[in-house]
Ligand binder design. Structure first.
Ligand code: TRP
Length: 340
C-alpha cells in the first residue's frame, strides 16, 4: 500500500496531550473522535507532551513516565492510526527545547503572568509564590511545539485558546525580526461537542476526585460511575417532573447515545414525570458499556505489547526530528547563529 503520509493533505494539524494520566471519556468526546476523522483529511501529528507534563510534576516524575504508553494505547484503541497520524514524544525532539530557549527572549514575565489559563492553573495547583519557572513558561514551550511543525490548525479545548494567542505573538515577533515569514501562524479548531462534565456534575474531571470514566475503565467501574452520577437532586419520586439541565445522565446520553430521537423522548418523559433515575441510568449504562468495551479490549491488547507502542513513538519521533530541526535552523538564522 502507498504510504498515505505522502499524499498531499490540506492542513498541517498539531495536537497534544500532557501525559499525566490515562485518557478518559471527556477526551474521547472532546477531541479523540475528532482526531480519528481529521487524520484522513489532513496531515496530523499528535505530540505526547511528557516535558509539559513535568512542568507541574517534576518532583513526582513517575506520574508522567508511567503514563506515556497508556496515552499511546488510548490513541490506538480509539482508532488513531499511526499510518495516518504521526504520534511522537516531546522529549525526543530536542529542537523543541532549543526553540523554547530562543523564544523565551521574546516573551515577558508579565505577559506569561497574564495568560488566563496559566493564571487559573497556578491558583488551582496552589503554587502561589513558588511557581516553577518551567510551569510559568510552558506557553512558550507550547509555541515551540506548534511552530516547529509549521502547524496551521490546532484542535483544542477553549482553555487552550490563550496558548494559541501567545504562540501567534511569538511567531509574529520572529517573522518581524526576520523581515519575512519564517514561522506559520495558526488557528484553533474548537470541537463542536460541548465539554463533558465530570460524573459528580461539579468540577473538572480529575482522577484524584474520582469523577472520571477512563477509556480503560472496567465494566464494574463503569456501572459504579453511572450509579453515582449526579442527576436532579429535587427529583425525589418517579412520578415527579425532573430537570434535565445540569443532569449529567442526560448530558452523557446526548454525547454517547446513537439514537437522538429516543433520547429526546426520554427527556420529555423525564420532564413530564414518571421516569425514574434508575431507568435513565440503566439506558446510559448499557450504551456506555457498549461504546467502551471494544476500546477497553483493544487498549489492553496494545498494552500487552509495550515494544510495539514504543516503536510507534520511535517511528513518529524520528519522522518529526528532521522537520523540527529545519525550523530550529531557520529560527537560529534569524538571530544570526548559523555560523556552521
Ligand atoms: N497544553 C495541552 C494540554 O494541556 C497539551 C499540549 C502540549 C498541546 N503541546 C501542545 C496541545 C501543542 C496542542 C498543541 O492538553
Amino acid at each position: 500500500m502507498k504510504d498515505q503520509l505522502t499524499t498531499p493533505k490540506s492542513e498541517i494539524i498539531l495536537t497534544g496531550d500532557r501525559a499525566t494520566g490515562p485518557l478518559h471519556v471527556g477526551h474521547f468526546i472532546g477531541s479523540l473522535k475528532q482526531r480519528v476523522t481529521l487524520q484522513t483529511q489532513h496531515e496530523q501529528t499528535i505530540l505526547v507532551a511528557d516535558m509539559q507534563g513535568l512542568t507541574d510534576n517534576a518532583t513526582n516524575p513517575s506520574k508522567v513516565s508511567s503514563n506515556i504508553l497508556n496515552v499511546v494505547a488510548d490513541y490506538l484503541a480509539v482508532g488513531i492510526d499511526p499510518k495516518l497520524t504521526t504520534i511522537c514524544l516531546q522529549s525526543q525532539l530536542p529542537a523543541l527545547a532549543e526553540l523554547t530557549m530562543y523564544y523565551s527572549n521574546l516573551v515577558t514575565i508579565s505577559r506569561l503572568e497574564r495568560n488566563p489559563t496559566v493564571k487559573s492553573e497556578i491558583q488551582s495547583k496552589g503554587f502561589e509564590r513558588s511557581i516553577p519557572a518551567g510551569f510559568l513558561t510552558y506557553p512558550i514551550s507550547q509555541a515551540a511545539d506548534i511552530t516547529a511543525f509549521r502547524a496551521s490548525l490546532i484542535p483544542v479545548g477553549d482553555d487552550q485558546l490563550p496558548m494559541i494567542e501567545q504562540c501567534n505573538e511569538v511567531a509574529r515577533k520572529v517573522n518581524s525580526l526576520a523581515g519575512k515569514e519564517i514561522l506559520t501562524e495558526c488557528r484553533p479548531l474548537l470541537s463542536h461537542a460541548p465539554r463533558l462534565p465530570s460524573t459528580d456534575g461539579k468540577s473538572k474531571m480529575s482522577k484524584s476526585m474520582g469523577n472520571t470514566i477512563n477509556l480503560g475503565a472496567s465494566e464494574k467501574e463503569i456501572t459504579k460511575a453511572v450509579k453515582s452520577m449526579y442527576t436532579d437532586p429535587n427529583h425525589l419520586r418517579v412520578e415527579d417532573p425532573g430537570n434535565i439541565e445540569g443532569n449529567v445522565v442526560f448530558t452523557y446520553l446526548d454525547a454517547f447515545h446513537p439514537d437522538t430521537q429516543y433520547v429526546e423522548e426520554l427527556k420529555q418523559h423525564y420532564q413530564r414525570g414518571g421516569l425514574g433515575d434508575g431507568t435513565t441510568k440503566k439506558v446510559l449504562e448499557e450504551c456506555l458499556q457498549e461504546t467502551l468495551r471494544p476500546i477497553r479490549e483493544k487498549r489492553a491488547m496494545y498494552l500487552a505489547d509495550k515494544e510495539q507502542l514504543i516503536e510507534v513513538l520511535r517511528t513518529g519521533s524520528e519522522r518529526s526530528r528532521e522537520k523540527t530541526a529545519k525550523v530550529l535552523h531557520d529560527v537560529k538564522g534569524v538571530f544570526g547563529l548559523n555560523l556552521f
